[in-house]
Design a protein. Structure first.
Length: 165
């Protein structure tokens, strides 16, 4: 078992299960292959927490996921340069499924108009998954699966928060 320090005083055990890798290898341009790839927190930490910059982003992600889970969110989808080979991603992008969420229990920080504050506090952006991207009029779940530079389809990661620590 490996231990990864999150929030500098909190340790979570991460067991690498070689038989059960869920996130596929990158394609030729450094994206995940097309599709929605199920994963778990341990695999995300193992796969994407390879430097201090990324571990800091994982700290924010963990804080956000705990808040979302407490409000009743069951599923999130990860995207952005964080789930690519980029060594120092600017942030991560996360869709959260609004089904079953008690909005009264959710911090106002998760409102779609607070994305800059999210980047500062959580080091990533959180968008309600049922929203549509304005400029393209595309549901965000579909928008996340298109590379902005090449317009090619790419993969994203789905995480079940019911299993989140």
């Amino acid at each position: 078992m490996k231990y990864l320090s999150l929030n500098h005083n909190q340790y979570i055990g991460v067991t690498q299960q070689k038989c059960c890798v869920l996130i596929p290898k990158y394609n030729g341009i450094g994206n995940l292959p097309e599709g929605v790839h199920k994963s778990n927190w341990a695999e995300i930490v193992e796969r994407y927490g390879w430097n201090q910059h990324r571990r800091s982003q994982l700290d924010g992600m963990m804080d956000a996921f705990r808040q979302l889970k407490q409000a009743g969110c069951k599923t999130v989808f990860l995207d952005g340069s964080f789930i690519t080979k980029k060594e120092f991603p600017g942030d991560y992008d996360c869709l959260w499924d609004m089904k079953g969420v008690d909005l009264d229990k959710l911090d106002v920080l998760f409102h779609p108009d607070n994305r800059n504050a999210q980047k500062i506090r959580l080091k990533g952006e959180f968008i309600p998954g049922q929203l549509t991207e304005r400029s393209s009029n595309t549901p965000f779940l579909d928008f996340f699966q298109t590379d902005k530079e090449t317009q090619e389809k790419k993969g994203i990661i789905k995480l079940n928060l019911e299993d989140f620590p």
